[in-house]
Design a protein around this ligand. Structure first.
Ligand SMILES: Cc1cc2nc3c(=O)[nH]c(=O)nc-3n(C[C@H](O)[C@H](O)[C@H](O)COP(=O)(O)O)c2cc1C
Length: 415
């Protein structure tokens, strides 16, 4: 029997607009058939009085079913599609998913007004920004789409499972300036996207809270001249319960934005120190800021578990190469003994696919995460990761790489 516009407890969140037959224990003796909407978002986004206005006459039924309205257990069944669509159009608060261009434009406008927006600039001449895009643009894709299988972007690395190989690059500043709880917003947004959060310097005071949010979390230390302070930082990071620990091997001369030195009192690590840190921490150790096969091999020999091939987003030295320019030498030198992560100028799914094709397991985003936060808080961060991952997945399907393990260098056509 078709039931018109009644509200019942129901089984699935995925039921919007679908024809369903439902048996509701203890409520109706017979199964009911009809078109279904999940009204959980309505209940969440409206107060109950508003809800009853939208569904007049159903409050009693509703209460009978659930006792009180409960998340993910409530749906309405309608007998015909036009009635269902009318209700959906009238009442269903459409969730606005931001596309990447919108996020980047909004983020850019947000930071342009702010004093701390200068932190998104590059060191000295700004060569790195120009070079990043020039290098990405040298590669196009070899399309192999006949018999293509729908791609799955999920991956596992150093003990964690992710829905996407797109992660946050190490950053703390200027996140707390964007909003009081912007670090937690980042954690929630990244967790929702099935990604990884990575803090930088200074080490956030709420690192433990971030770890407790359930997002896989990595945290970095810089090679401070005051090594006692650096080891104390490592202890604090370990106590917070992070997933990985990172050492910034490229911060030996501090960082710089345009002409302004950012005031870190650093001196380069020795290979022996990296080994000592690895022996001290019972966690995967990631060396961030590798740009040559020589440094990569030293990281492998020191016992590191992964390296990030990175020019630090153009915050350390001017005229560093883009990671794709040095990845071949590094990938062949490390011979698969270590995980490879890459970052620097990755903005779209196509950029990410190029990084993976060169041999990275994960690709990090710096500024795009800041843009997402500025444009939409936690859901802005989710939208950035999901947007890039959707683009990646379309491309993977059409180049014949149905999962990240099947992305090979031969999908790239070189200019
Ligand atoms: C505002 C800002 C702050 C950063 N802070 C850190 C940091 O504390 N530690 C670190 O290792 N890298 C830091 N980075 C570099 C990023 O981890 C990453 O390497 C870089 O941003 C990637 O390039 P992209 O911004 O073009 O994606 C920072 C980058 C930016 C833009």
């Amino acid at each position: 029997m078709a039931v018109c516009g009644r509200i019942f407890g129901i089984v699935s969140r995925q039921c919007n607009g679908k024809q369903v037959v439902v048996t509701i224990p203890n409520i109706r003796p017979r199964p009911i058939q009809g078109l279904c909407i999940n009204i959980t978002p309505l209940i969440k986004s409206h107060d109950l009085r508003q809800f009853y206005k939208l569904f007049p006459g159903h409050d009693t039924e509703c209460r009978q079913v659930n006792g009180k309205l409960k998340e993910a257990e409530t749906a309405a069944i309608f007998s015909n599609r036009s009635q269902l669509e009318e209700i959906l159009n009238k009442t269903h608060k459409k969730e606005h998913r931001m596309e990447l261009t919108e996020i980047y434009d909004k983020g850019d406008a947000f930071f342009r007004d702010k004093d701390y927006g200068r932190l998104l600039n590059y060191v000295e001449t700004g060569f790195i920004k120009k070079n990043d895009r020039r290098i990405f643009d040298r590669f196009t894709f070899r399309q192999k789409c006949i018999d293509a299988e729908e791609a799955n972007t999920a991956c596992s690395i150093l003990g964690i499972d992710l829905k996407t190989p797109v992660i946050m690059s190490s950053m703390t500043m200027p996140i707390p300036a964007i909003a009081d709880d912007a670090l937690m917003q980042s954690a929630r947004g990244l967790k929702a996207a099935g990604s990884l959060m990575w803090t930088g310097t200074p080490i956030p005071g709420n690192l433990k809270e971030l770890a407790n949010s359930g997002v896989p979390l990595a945290a970095n230390v810089k090679p401070l001249k005051n090594r006692d302070k650096m080891y104390a930082d490592i202890e604090n990071i370990l106590a917070a319960g992070v997933t990985w620990i990172g050492v910034e091997v490229d911060s030996g001369q501090g960082t710089k934005v345009v002409d302004q030195e950012m005031g870190f009192d650093c001196t380069p690590f020795t290979a022996r120190e990296i080994e000592q840190i690895k022996n001290k921490v019972n966690l995967p150790l990631v060396c961030k800021g590798v740009l040559s096969q020589e440094d990569a091999v030293k990281c492998v020999d020191a016992g590191a578990d992964a390296i990030v091939i990175s020019s630090h987003g153009g915050h350390t030295l001017d005229y560093l190469p883009h990671p794709l320019q040095v990845m071949d030498e590094i990938v062949s030198a490390v011979e698969g003994r270590i995980e490879i992560i890459v970052d620097g100028g990755f903005r779209r799914g196509s950029d990410v696919l190029k990084g993976l094709a060169f041999g990275a397991s994960l690709v990090g985003l710096g500024r795009p995460i800041l843009y997402g936060l500025a444009a939409g808080g936690d859901s802005g961060v989710t939208d950035v990761i999901n947007g890039i991952t959707r683009e990646l997945s379309r491309l993977m399907t059409m180049v014949g790489a149905s999962d990240p393990g099947r992305i090979h260098r031969d999908i790239l056509v070189v200019d």
